[in-house]
Design a protein around this ligand. Structure first.
Ligand SMILES: Cc1ncc(COP(=O)(O)O)c(C=O)c1O
Length: 413
């Protein structure tokens, strides 16, 4: 598996394909996505006034997202990224709709099987797996495994002999609010060698995957990554190995605010990029959407625990909520993901600047300090706020009992 491939030739062929697809992208329209309709959730909250903090998820929005994504990318098989929200209600609904599943652990494989998914519809997409978990997946019939290193490939060969494998490549992913361009993936040169090596280890070299970063707001980012994948296909073919599948990862956005292109714009950009790189010989395509599928389906209701000021001179109020970083809002890290936050009920008072923080005794439990949030100046303890598009990466980030607070409760309607 020694690397003896020329990097220069990769850059040249990749750049040509991207230039080609970008030309067409420049004239493509990317209309703004409409805000999702949360009226069922709001009606539920008004009628039940659940104890806070509480996330309410509308399963019909999840189903709608699944349908919209299928329509935008008809050639792609959807593997829902279970990590975004593994609630049985969501998995059941997606099994009924015919979805496949991208899993990160033996635990997620068990959850998906319990929802009735067939093993043939499950991919073990984590590139970092324990031998016992690989063996478990193999024993229950999972046959599709990700890797990005020789050591992982050897583990898969030993514990899941004969399985289909795909190699994750590193891609740049500019424009993503939650970048994934460091920890996972390997250089395309290495990927090509490893996939050729996979065949020698008795595995089936199936394809290439990448992830252009989560909440990726630039549909053109898939173009470069698809061209890199094609380069790997070509190098493998030169060594007698035919690859069949490209996994386009996740990255499709939730509607946290304005400026989010529609899913149709992503479908169009990806379609053009696939044509530019692969021409008539299109590969099998899979996608692994997480945030897009469930983010907009959730609204989190929280109670204001305290409103205070730090000094007589500081006119920014501190608003402490009963949910924070340890209660499920870990993705406020860096303040790039900015949830829409609105008070429950009308207020005639003018809006004024606030710092938003969680309820724990941990000084890291500050949600938004620099993002410039404002809330009505008459906000006080006991008032409720709603955080929109909070259906993804919240419940499972919630600590079990940090500071004695219960994990985030979720209701699925
Ligand atoms: C392998 C893999 N696939 C899919 C996803 C889902 O990404 P997103 O939520 O951006 O759709 C992730 C997110 O971390 C991932 O690691």
């Amino acid at each position: 598996m020694k690397n003896n491939l020329a990097k220069v030739s990769r850059s040249r062929s990749v750049n040509a394909a991207v230039a080609n697809s970008n030309l067409k992208l420049a004239v493509a329209k990317t209309p703004e996505a409409l805000a999702p309709d949360h009226s069922r959730i709001i009606s539920y909250l008004e009628a039940h006034k659940p104890a806070t903090p509480c996330l309410v998820v509308d399963l019909s929005i999840v189903a709608g997202k699944y349908g919209d994504l299928r329509a935008a990318l008809p050639a792609a098989e959807i593997f829902y990224a279970v990590k975004a929200n593994p609630a049985p209600e969501i998995l059941d609904r997606l099994v009924a709709l015919g979805s496949s599943f991208d899993t990160a652990s033996a635990g997620e494989i068990r959850q998906v099987l319990a929802a009735g998914a067939k093993p043939a519809r499950i991919s073990f997409g984590n590139t970092i797996k324990k031998p016992a978990d690989i063996a478990f997946a193999h024993a229950v019939g999972v046959d599709l495994f990700a890797f990005d290193s020789e050591a992982e490939l050897r583990k898969i060969a030993q514990h899941a002999p004969g399985a289909r494998v795909f190699c994750r490549i590193l891609v740049e992913g500019k424009g993503a609010l939650w970048p994934l361009n460091k920890k996972f993936g390997c250089a395309p040169e290495m990927a090509a060698d490893l996939l050729v090596g996979a065949a020698k280890l008795g595995l089936v070299p199936h394809g290439v995957s990448f992830h252009v970063g989560s909440q990726q707001l630039d549909p053109a980012q898939w173009g470069n990554a698809i061209a890199e994948a094609k380069w790997v296909f070509d190098r493998a073919a030169e060594q007698g190995v035919t690859l069949r599948m490209v996994d386009l990862g996740g990255g499709f956005p939730a509607t946290y605010g304005p400026g989010v292109p529609t899913v149709a714009a992503y479908g169009a950009a990806i379609g053009r990029a696939l044509k530019a790189s692969f021409g008539a010989g299109q590969p099998e395509i899979i996608i692994e959407p997480g945030r897009y599928m469930v983010g907009d389906a959730g609204v989190l209701e929280t109670e204001v625990v305290l409103v205070s000021q730090k000094s007589y001179d500081d006119d920014r109020r501190w608003v402490y909520l009963d949910v924070g970083r340890f209660g499920g809002l870990a993705e406020v890290e860096g303040e790039a993901i900015r949830y829409r936050i609105r008070p429950v009920g009308e207020s005639a008072a003018p809006e004024a600047p606030v710092v938003l923080a969680g309820p724990t005794c941990d000084s890291a439990d500050i949600l938004y300090d620099k993002a410039g949030y404002t809330l009505p100046s008459d906000l006080e303890s006991g008032d409720r706020l709603r955080l929109y598009s909070t259906g993804a990466y919240t419940t499972t980030y919630s600590a079990v009992n940090f500071n004695g607070f219960d994990p985030l409760r979720a209701i699925y309607i």
